[in-house]
Design a protein around this ligand. Structure first.
Ligand code: XMP
Length: 327
């Protein structure tokens, strides 16, 4: 059986050699646990579920069934990367569900942040459960639980996302191959499993995705403005050596318009807010101050390339008093 507790004296995985030894040990444990049965995994493309997928592909190959639910609130290029890396390169058994319309239809007109989160979370479980029901003979459910999740749930800070709230009648045995690892260890293990660096070292991204960066009731055009401006911001951070250096950076497009002028004509469009922050524990965050050149360049690109945006604002507020996300 896989190790259930992190031993107090466990060596922190900081080198490729230690990661390789961990992988070898876990693969043997996974094969012993799973045998010739099938395992299901909700693969979001985030660090933890991606590393779990890569580990299970190595251990049990196509006995693993990955389900990638695109809720329409992912960043530009994310679903494509999941398909490329897992289906095309790693030959995973991957079911891709484009549930964009389903999510956006349910969210239409819903402005309250908590209601939005509940709809996104609830709908996600429903879509995943529907896919699971279509499959025969699944005994195991794999999850990207990591050690801080366990610690936080033990301390009562947050319920850890285990078992994902699946319906009562869907009983699976859990497979959690990275549950005794800290995030930095998960990243090294992921690299050694052959995952691309931009996948294992990516910045945190909330489960409700771009939905919390499109404050108020989500509309498709404003969501597209968030997605496009976020892609420009990420591209420019990468080009300017800030990727991997700044903890988290993203754009927000709030639900109000202001007057502008473009090609001699009046416009009435949204602003785009840029937020870039640094932290170690996410309880307190500081703001990353960008260079004047980068600020000018971002303003120019976003106002010319993103439809519906005529103004760029910079959020220089630490946490507290502001939170990282807007909802
Ligand atoms: P806040 O806004 O609470 O964010 O200061 C702290 C960190 O948590 C991320 N975040 C979330 N992550 N589901 C997640 O998986 C969520 O609902 C969620 N809300 C916020 C946020 O991006 C930041 O890194």
């Amino acid at each position: 059986m896989p190790i259930d507790r992190r031993p107090d004296d466990m060596t922190r995985i900081t080198t490729p050699e230690l990661a390789d030894a961990f992988i070898e040990e876990q693969i043997a444990a996974l094969r012993a646990q799973i045998g010739d049965k099938k395992v299901l995994l909700a693969l979001s493309g985030g660090v933890d579920s991606s590393v779990v997928a890569a580990m299970l592909i190595k251990a049990v190959g196509d006995q693993l069934v990955c389900v990638h639910v695109n809720h329409g609130l992912l960043r530009k290029g994310e679903p494509e990367q999941v398909i490329e890396v897992f289906r095309n390169q790693m030959k995973a058994n991957l079911i891709y569900v484009d549930a964009t319309d389903r999510f956006l239809d349910k969210l239409a007109g819903v402005a309250d942040p908590e209601t939005k989160r509940k709809i996104i979370g609830g709908e996600f479980i429903e879509v995943f459960a529907e896919e699971a029901r279509k499959l025969d003979g699944i005994d195991f459910l794999a999850q990207g639980t990591i050690w801080p999740d366990i610690l936080e749930s033990e301390q009562g800070i947050k319920a850890h996302h285990n078992a994902g709230g699946l319906p009562e009648d869907m009983k699976f045995e859990l497979v959690e191959p990275v549950r005794i690892l800290f995030k930095d260890e998960v990243r090294i293990v992921g690299e050694r499993l052959g995952l691309p660096a931009n996948m294992v070292y990516r910045q945190p991204f909330p489960g409700p995705g771009l939905g919390v960066r499109c404050p108020g009731a989500i509309t498709r055009d404003r969501l597209e403005a968030v997605r496009e401006s976020d892609a420009i911001l990420r591209e420019e951070f990468a080009k300017n050596g800030l990727e991997g250096k700044v903890w988290q950076y993203f754009t927000v497009v709030p639900d109000f318009k202001s007057t502008g002028i473009k090609n001699g004509k009046r416009t009435f469009d949204w602003p785009c807010i840029i937020r870039a922050i640094n932290t170690t524990d996410v309880m307190e965050v500081t703001v990353e101050h960008l260079s004047d050149e980068l600020i000018d360049h971002l303003v120019k690109r976003i106002t010319t390339e993103v439809p519906g945006i005529n103004r760029v604002l910079f959020d220089y507020t630490p946490k507290p008093p502001a939170t990282v996300e807007y909802e």
